[in-house]
Design a protein around this ligand. Structure first.
Ligand SMILES: CC1(C)CN(C2CCCC2)C(=O)N1c1ccccc1/C=C/C(=O)NO
Ligand SMILES: [Zn+2]
Length: 401
């Protein structure tokens, strides 16, 4: 959990500088979008940065390449990102951590020594790579750019597939996440919207986001993830429901290996509709990490873009300002297939089944098809287990008014 709230803070958040609540602003219905533009944060420099430093080298250009090859960039409203400022980064992260990240990143250039200091979590899983600060600041800036477009009513949906780094803590890198861009976006959205719902569909528990908002009722976090002995990050059990004013505003849906589209959507549909109807958010941040896809090297879930697409469709039907972020996803071709399919869904476009000829075409062999066939890993999520999870979540959400 992030540090205790400030004295003058009324416990609405577990971190500093949360702007005053602006419920007095226009009511929920007023926050309509002026048009159905879909903002897509993009620049070649941004792709190049993400290509070299993200936890999956080359994934950023493969994702963008497929979206472009299907002609979707012509339908999107492309917005260039700019790096987050230190002030923006420290709206959540500690100044010490950001200073250390900035200095260590620069030092790495000059001294070429490997910094394995455990301090600030900057070691094995999160090595200090040259330029890591510039990368993290640009990713955070891209996500903040998308959030700002929603706040300004420029669009109803804004997308940053290269964001979604949900493990980073206030003063610690974790799980190859250096800056928690979802948290920064939620803090920015909270300047305009009184209640924000964060939904995390990555294979891993969105622990960094949950920690940041576990004490406030102004942000509800809902995470569906694999939860099993020894599986990173080890948090996100069903009885973790938040603390203090935030009690029952943290929702965890722990799942086992082998879940497939129909069961996954059945769980999501019930839990997310209850969360939306009892919480009545004014904006949504949806992390769509693709490491639960069948064929991912994580090798845990049997999901396909169609299954996650049904979850996305339910969220889009709420007609709320919605920020879409990426996250995990370690099979480059399948991650590109997933996020391209979801981008087309947001645009209301259907795509031809064969991967178009383009620079990254070879990533998609041997079938060169857009669809991913569902995996056949043994499903350890019995109907009884799933029913018990849904019943427990339902009981907990009954406390949310
Ligand atoms: C280093 C990477 C990120 C890559 N990787 C696999 C993918 C395929 C081969 C290695 C991991 O398990 N990683 C991790 C290592 C330590 C802690 C966390 C993660 C992943 C976090 C995540 O995805 N959160 O959403
Ligand atoms: Zn993940």
């Amino acid at each position: 959990m992030a540090d205790g709230s400030d004295k003058e803070n009324d416990g609405e958040s577990c971190h500093r500088n949360l702007p005053p609540n602006r419920d007095v602003l226009a009511p929920r219905s007023d926050v309509s979008c002026r048009n159905d533009k879909v903002v897509f944060v993009h620049s070649q420099m941004y792709i190049d940065l993400c290509n070299n430093l993200a936890k999956v080298p080359g994934r950023a250009s493969a994702v963008h390449g497929l979206i472009e090859a299907y002609g979707l960039t012509k339908e999107l409203s492309l917005v260039e990102p700019r790096p987050a400022t230190v002030a923006e980064l420290t709206s959540f992260h500690s100044t010490d951590y950001i200073d250390h990240l900035r200095k260590a990143s620069a030092e790495e250039d000059e001294e070429k020594d490997i910094d394995v200091s455990e301090e600030f979590g900057l070691c094995y899983d999160c090595p200090i790579l040259p330029g890591v600060y510039e990368y993290a600041a640009m990713v955070a800036g891209a996500t903040l750019t998308a959030a700002q477009c929603l706040i300004d009513g420029e669009c109803q949906v804004a997308i940053n597939w290269h964001g979604g780094w949900h493990h980073a803590k206030k003063d610690e890198a974790s799980g190859f996440c250096y800056v928690n861009d979802p948290v920064l976006a939620i803090l920015r959205l909270r300047e305009r919207f009184s209640k924000v719902l964060y939904i995390d569909l990555d294979l891993h528990h969105g622990d960094g986001v949950e920690d940041a908002f576990c004490c406030t009722s102004r942000v509800m976090t809902l995470s569906l993830h694999k939860f099993d002995t020894g599986f990173f990050p080890g948090t996100g059990d069903i009885q973790d429901t938040g603390m203090g004013r935030g009690r029952y505003y943290t929702v965890n849906v722990p799942l086992r290996d082998g879940i497939q589209d129909s069961q996954y959507f059945s769980v999501f549909n019930k839990v997310a509709s209850q969360a939306e109807s009892c919480y009545k958010p004014e904006a949504v941040v949806l992390q769509l990490g693709a490491d639960g896809m069948s064929g991912d090297p994580m090798g845990c879930f049997n999901l396909t873009p169609q299954g996650v697409g049904r979850c996305l469709g339910q969220v889009l039907d709420w007609k709320l300002p919605t920020l879409l972020l990426g996250g995990g996803g370690y099979h480059v071709g399948n991650t590109a297939r997933c996020w391209t399919s979801l981008t087309a869904q947001v645009l209301g476009k259907s795509l031809p089944p064969d991967i178009p000829e383009h620079e990254h075409f070879t990533e998609y062999g041997p079938d060169y098809e857009l669809d991913i066939s569902p995996g056949n890993r043994v499903n350890h999520n019995t109907d009884e287990y799933v029913e018990e999870v849904i019943n427990t979540v339902t009981e907990n959400l009954a406390h949310v008014m």
